[in-house]
Structure formats: structure tokens, C-alpha cells
Design a protein around this ligand. Structure first.
Ligand code: SAH
Length: 254
């Protein structure tokens, strides 16, 4: 049978309005949706067959999706946020790499989405306005010493950092350790933004500081943005707190 197509689609943070038109187009055309159950639930009306899987079975999910597409189906693999950021695009491309041309008939594409860091940043202004990076605190797929070494490098480089997968039942202490590493290099007043369930029901955004942040209030549905030494927060009208990182570095000459 001739090959079908497969798109790894980013759903954005959760609300349909933050999803790209390209993502909606592929979702509407799909005969099969593959993904982690809660992400499939974010896709409302669709007659497609839903192939639910556990969040950890990325490789099997990628292979299932490619096999369906190779059989002529129109397949969408869903990821929250952007599919290339700690999500399914890697598993699909890696499976292609390892498949010895088995899927050469399949038309594969990746449809980007709004990642959690961008969505949370937008709620408070522009904390990612200057150089920043994204770091996953999960040590399921990489050893914790690697995470710590990267945090030290982030701290030394004075980058704003968005921490994904900040805590889980199996990782209760890592976020506290991560914040302590950053706090050793940054003022106690450094703004910290906690974006929880951004774009979803019950969303909350909290602006706090490195000295005051309580890791106990953070869960897996939260992205944690820690400012650099130049990030500023101020109170605006209606009790709103704004956060931004200036694009001009303090000792820039021009
Ligand atoms: N591909 C996703 C990230 C998947 S890793 C993206 O680009 O956003 C899962 C982590 O992303 C969560 O632990 C959390 O830190 C963050 N995250 C994803 N969606 C979120 C949302 N709507 N609100 C807050 N954090 C979110």
C-alpha cells in the first residue's frame, strides 16, 4: 500500500486559540491520533481513531504512528506545547533514523506549537526578552549530575532559565537543589515566575523571588522561569505584576 502521512503536531499550552492554523488543519484531516491520553483529550471534535498511550512509551508510540502512516493512514502524533521541546518529535525522527528506510514512503512533518515557557512568559510580560534557555529537570532520561552541571553553567552564564518537568512524585528534592544553585549566583530578589496549567482550566501565574519561592508549591504542571541578574519585576495597575528582561545589557557600549 502507498504511504500515508504523519505530522507531529504541537497543541500549544492548552487553549485552542493558542494553537496554530497549521496544527488545526492536520488535526481536522487526521484519520488517527496518537498520543498520551490527557493530550488527546485537548483535541475536541475529531472523528479520528484515538490511540492512547502511557507518557513513557515514546518509542512504541512513534513506531505505531509510523506503521499506521506506512499503511496509508493520515496520522497525527500530538504533543503539548511544541513537539520539538522535550516531546515527541525527537522520538519520531530517531525512529526514522533507525528504520533503514522502512518508512521512506511516509510523508513526515513536524508542526510547531507555542511552548510552555513562551505561554507563561506572555502572562507576565517579557521575562524571556534577552538570552534564555530551557532545561528539563527530569532525570528519567538523563543522569542528575548532567542536570546539575548544566544548572551551574546556566548560573555562570547569567541566562534566564525556564525549568520544565520541575518536580514529580519520584523527584521531590531536585527543584530545591536547582533553585539553590541559581540562588548562589543571583540576588535574592531575582524574579521567579510559576506558570501552572497555562491556557488550561484553573490556570495560575505567580510572580515571586528566588528568596521566597517555595518548591513545595510547584508540581509537574508548572513551568518555572527564573530571571537573570537583569530581570526586573514591578507592580502595574489592577494588582498586576509585570516581569521583563531588558534587551540591552548593562555594560553594553553602543
Ligand atoms: N512539549 C512541551 C513540554 C513537555 S515537558 C512544551 O513545549 O511545552 C512537560 C513540562 O512542560 C511540564 O512538566 C511543565 O513543566 C511544562 N508544561 C507543559 N505544558 C504546560 C502548561 N500548559 N502550563 C505550565 N507548564 C506546562
Amino acid at each position: 500500500m502507498s504511504g500515508g502521512r504523519l505530522a507531529v503536531v504541537g497543541l500549544g499550552p492548552g487553549d485552542a486559540a493558542s494553537r496554530t492554523a497549521a496544527a488545526d488543519e492536520r488535526l481536522a484531516a487526521a484519520t488517527d491520533l496518537v498520543g498520551y491520553g490527557p493530550y488527546l483529550d485537548l483535541v475536541a471534535a475529531s472523528d479520528a481513531i484515538r490511540h492512547r498511550s502511557d507518557n513513557r512509551q515514546e518509542e512504541q508510540r512513534a513506531r505505531l504512528a509510523l506503521d499506521l502512516a506506512a499503511a496509508g493512514r493520515d496520522v497525527v502524533v500530538v504533543s503539548s506545547g511544541d513537539p520539538g521541546v522535550f516531546a515527541m518529535a525527537t522520538a519520531v525522527v530517531e525512529t526514522l533514523h533507525r528504520s533503514d528506510g522502512r518508512y521512506h514512503d511516509v510523508d513526515v512533518s513536524v508542526v510547531p506549537g507555542v511552548t510552555a515557557a513562551s505561554a507563561a512568559a506572555a502572562r507576565v510580560g517579557a521575562p524571556l526578552g534577552h538570552d534564555f534557555c530551557c532545561l528539563s529537570l527530569s532525570d528519567v532520561l538523563k543522569p542528575w549530575p548532567v542536570v546539575e552541571a548544566r544548572l551551574e553553567a546556566v548560573a555562570a552564564a547569567d541566562l534566564v532559565v525556564a525549568l520544565y518537568n520541575p518536580v514529580s512524585a519520584h523527584r521531590p528534592w531536585q527543584l530545591g537543589r536547582a533553585l539553590a544553585i541559581l540562588a548562589a549566583h543571583r540576588p535574592a530578589t531575582t524574579p521567579v515566575v510559576l506558570g501552572r496549567d497555562v491556557g488550561r482550566a484553573g490556570e495560575t501565574t505567580t510572580v515571586t523571588t528566588l528568596a521566597a519561592v517555595d518548591p513545595g508549591t510547584v508540581d509537574m504542571r508548572t513551568v518555572v522561569v527564573v530571571g537573570s541578574t537583569t530581570t526586573r519585576a514591578f507592580a502595574g495597575p489592577a494588582g498586576r505584576t509585570w516581569v521583563y528582561t531588558p534587551r540591552r545589557y548593562p555594560d553594553a557600549t553602543s
